[in-house]
Design a protein. Sequence first.
Length: 400
Amino acid sequence: MKPVYLDNNATTRVDPQVVEAMLPFFTEQFGNASSMHGFGASVGAAIRKARQQVQELIGAEFDHEVVFTSGGTESDNTAILSALETQRGRDEIVTSAVEHPAVLSLCEHLEKTRGVRVHRIPVDAKGRLDIDAYRRALGPRTAIASVMWANNETGTIFPVETLAELAHDSGALFHTDAVQAVGKIAIDIKTSAIDLLSLSGHKLHAPKGIGALYVRRGVRLRPLIRGGHQERARRAGTENVPAIVGLGAAAELALRHLSEECGRVRALRDRLEAGLLERIDNAMVTGDPANRLPNTTNIAFEYIEGEAILLRLNREGIAASSGSACTSGSLEPSHVLRAMNVPYTAAHGATRFSFSRDNTEEDVERVLDVLPAIVRDLRSLSPFWQGNGGGQAGFQPTYA
């Protein structure tokens, strides 16, 4: 059977139109953009076009506010480290408990090696940020607040425009990891108080290894990578021109398909979600049902392991991902689900399905055909399921 790919929050297929746009820059247009001759000039023009395409996707006011990087992780690191260097007398970071490791791992490192104080703001059972705790954490020593636009596991969207204004009230910069949001929901950053925004190409049908950092005009930026004068001396190194061109082409396509992402793709997600909850008892949707990315659903199936579900799905040619991870030889639920206090019996069985414009109704029907039987079979083998009398009597499908 045709494979079904529902792991688009991990990475997307590079769009054929993106590949086509990139190809000439491996062969005919191979010059260095910094060179004075015609080979370099044509490449420099292609980079400028890509910058404008990304600018339009995120609604930036100026194209020079877009700095090309190797991806979301580099953009996140650059934003946070730069804020600590440029905000003199400020040595604290405010972030959420459910950030991507690109932010949380850096914060932990800074705590241990530099004595930076990190405030990790909790979330509620639907993954929504505790705004009062966020407000209290901000203060005269806050260098930067960094909160993701949308969570990669649950799709829950955070009120980043409001959070940016609160950060500014304390004199701090505000950064958002928008890797999962860009290309899936409308963004007009020039109307917000957001200072810095990270995005990654491979989440929106561009190649891996390319991303961008939006730096609002007037915000000081200390480069993470030093060397040449590329990117207005904000990110040194000869530009990865094919990937930059690919990101630009993908940004243009994402803007063109944005209504489809918010319409047809959302309908596919909702159809899968409703169908699974109807067919499978003791299951719950994690995250905020009223304020999520249109392509993402994370469903926790009680009393079974998410990894077992994924292995069975893979045998059927279906790709999804788990909300839990193996660490140190023992299975632990993801930090996102732990922060949301998802019941332990359910957190282990969390499975994320993330769609893109490539998906079809046939993909949804395929999952609905095979997953209920997989869950039944795994539960029949589960001592936890048997120990709980085959599940809770009268349990109804619900949201966490």
